[in-house]
Design a binder for this molecule. Sequence first.
Ligand code: FE
Ligand code: CA
Length: 518
Amino acid sequence: MIETITRRSLIAGLGATGALAPAILRAQTLFTAYPFRLGIAAGDPAADGFVIWTRLAPEPLEPHGGMPLEPVEVEWQVASDAAMRTVVQKGVALARPELAHSVHVEVTGLQPGRPYWYRFTAGRERSPAGRARTTPAIGAALDKVRFGVAGCQSYEDGLFTAYRHLAAEQDLDFVFHYGDYFYEGRSSPMPVGYDGKPRPFVRAHIGGEIYSLDDYRRRYAQYKADPDLQLAHASTAWFTTYDDHEVDNNWVQEIDQDGTPPEIFALRRAAAFQAYYEHMPLRKRSFPNAGGITINRRAQFGNLLDAHFLDTRQFRSDQPCGDGFKTYCPGIDDPKAAVLGTAQEDWLYRNLKESKARWNVLAQQVMVMNLDRRTGDEPEPIRNIDSWAGYAAPRERLLQHLRGMGNAVVLTGDEHQNFAGELRTKGGMGDVVAVEFVSTSITSGGSGQDKRFGTEKIIAASQELKQTNDQRGYLLCEVSPNLWQSSWRVVDKVHEPGGVISTRATFSVEHGKPAIQI
Ligand code: FE
Ligand code: CA
């Protein structure tokens, strides 16, 4: 209360001097604590620039992050050197209370294919510097692109040690985040592993399940206060997409898992989308409106790689068979079923057709491989209905468009383990048309082990799946004109500090030959 009075008197004082517009605070003495406690980030790199992001939050878990309900000026700088001596772009942005005092600056006018460094200043407080690379000029001859793939970072399941290691990877062009940036549930302090046995409880969610805009903001604040996550953001630009848990478990369109009336769930979804935009380094094109958001987008890396980032939630038809891991039901073969929806499918197929790049990557959320998930003696095949396996018609349409390309790689998350496999038409029984790498989780599922119980059985039952691993970490991809390589980077533990990183396996794909070489 005392702070509020102080701020009000300050505003009144400044207004009286006429020194600045009365509604905009210059943040000289406003902060009760360091305001950059949620870190900084860069995103959506292009050949001429990228987005830089921060959110002023001196008290991250308090309402409005401990900020006064006024716009506050934030200075930003982009430099061509790590010491920030040669500033090449700078400006002032407004951190507005409507957007949780987040700042999204679309920096332009930069040179293609080189690293830059950026930082923010508010009042007397200065953020650390982050690094981001612009993409190479479109069509430029390029011999290498190197990037990481990460997601599924349940705070309660483990420490973000893998992010500390990801931040230390050299010369990453970008990170693709496939979603589950947080989990929406209340704290569940008695976790059970995939084997049904109790596993260590690491740290607790604050509050119950999240519903309101303030709830979502506070959950982002709790996660983003993590120093390892902040390091990974500061190390390179990210392309972020959401999966289900940024809103609610297994949602699609305006349908949640609990049968909530769609117009009511739509309000929750709109709050989640707003908070998502506020906390991610997204361009203005992703600004949420009319309850929706645009996150499918394309990025091009010289003549080497076209990346297509997909949204497999917002336009998907309801999961058939009652969702979950289920045996066959006729809904799987519904010819009207959708995963991407018509507009996004048309956009993707047009991009693929027009692509002149050596490689195409489909960066998305849920598994395309159609696996029989039986791990015991169940009589009928079991599918993961909340994946492309529950949507036979759109899956077949996608694979028919990849057929003959010989340069398509699909990157996926959601499964909380590493899978490497080949995508076959006709529900997994036809020709191989592309390769899929499913990246494991940063923490979700806990420390894990090399193989999850029963996965040998899944491999044996599938022509598509080649190898699995059940440790935590991220995927590292190195793309050159004739060879694609993906490595499983795994940490030996996430339930306590000190997890050691190693490469569990590296897979190669030759250009023109959609097959995995182990
Ligand atoms: Fe997840
Ligand atoms: Ca559903």
